[in-house]
Ligand binder design. Sequence first.
Ligand SMILES: [Zn+2]
Length: 80
Amino acid sequence: MTRDWIDDEYERRQRGVTRGLLQSQHGAVNARYPGCTLEYCCECGLPTGRTGAGDDSLVTEDGGPYCEECWMDLPEEVRA
Ligand SMILES: [Zn+2]
């Protein structure tokens, strides 16, 4: 199989490197490597819709990642 950007993305993420992707790109990567670009909320366990530090994950100093809904439930002072 010819190596393409999906394989590159998978390898990057294996090394812990993340970056923002379009929803269509997430779909393509996860179709080949199930769950590869999914990030789950530490609070409710649902996919956060974001994928790591390179994609604006919602994290606090001592917790996270959070989904948008749980994030909004946090006190304002921890959402720095
Ligand atoms: Zn949540």
